[in-house]
Design a protein around this ligand. Structure first.
Ligand SMILES: N[C@@H](CCC(=O)N[C@@H](CS)C(=O)NCC(=O)O)C(=O)O
Length: 231
């Protein structure tokens, strides 16, 4: 039976934009598992409440539901061990846990101020009101104020990626010669930004730029064919 994935969208169901959902879309493709995506919006909390979640991604596999991208990645690895591995063994899984925290803390949280004012433009009125109120409370200023100095702030964001840049100077993927879940953790953030914002995060001479292109083209261009801005 096909797996199902609740995935964050705004007014356009063909523009999924959650960094965490993209980690899982790429992981499912890596495992060669078919998935039916269920578009979900911020204010549709009641739809995922039966699965004890108020956030996406939520994965349904027959009578099992799994919430949280890291838990879903582990579930896929353990439930489908005969498919290509996401972690490459116990050591890889342990290291990917650190990359997952780095992805949340440095990458997603570092990207958010740069694109948050663009996200709200992709939402319908009810979602936009919820998003604006919840995020403005978190940042302590308006979304537009948060993103106002992004031309300067992006420099700090680029600097924060130096460990990733140095890694990609030595090898094509964080996973080595081929991508693994570490790459999908990081890529989810860039695909989130690409889906909602025309803002240039990377310069073309950055090894991370070429890495992102390789992942956009992976799995038959799964991510590149999803709606987004040219990067
Ligand atoms: N740690 C979670 C984070 C999931 C998360 O924050 N999802 C966001 C979408 S990007 C969400 O559903 N937010 C709902 C809300 O803000 O109300 C994971 O890795 O899956």
């Amino acid at each position: 039976m096909t797996l199902k994935l609740y995935e964050l969208v705004g007014t356009d169901a063909a523009r999924p934009f959650s960094p965490f959902c993209w980690r899982i879309r790429m992981a499912l493709a890596h495992k060669g598992l078919d998935v039916e995506t269920i578009p979900w919006r911020f204010t549709q909390k009641s739809e995922i409440a039966p699965f004890d979640s108020d956030k996406v991604p939520v994965l349904l596999d027959r009578d099992t539901s799994v919430c949280d991208s890291w838990a879903i990645a582990e579930y896929l690895e353990d439930t489908y061990p005969d498919r290509p591995s996401l972690f490459g063994g116990a050591g890889g899984r342990a290291m990917a846990r650190m990359i997952n925290s780095w992805g949340d803390v440095t990458l997603v949280a570092g990207l958010a101020p740069l694109i948050v004012a663009d996200i709200v433009t992709k939402l319908g009125p009810e979602d936009a009101a919820y998003f604006r109120a919840s995020r403005e409370a978190r940042f302590g200023k308006t979304l537009e104020q948060v993103s106002a100095d992004r031309d300067r702030a992006v420099e700090g964001f680029r600097k924060s990626l130096l460990p990733m840049r140095l890694t990609l100077k030595a090898q094509p993927f964080l996973g080595g010669a081929a991508p693994n879940y570490a790459d999908y953790i990081a890529f989810g953030g860039f695909q989130w930004a690409r889906a909602v914002s025309p803002f240039a995060l990377l310069t073309p001479d950055d090894p991370i730029y070429a890495w992102r292109d390789r992942l956009l083209d992976s799995f038959g261009g799964l991510a590149r064919h999803s709606k987004g801005y040219p990067v």
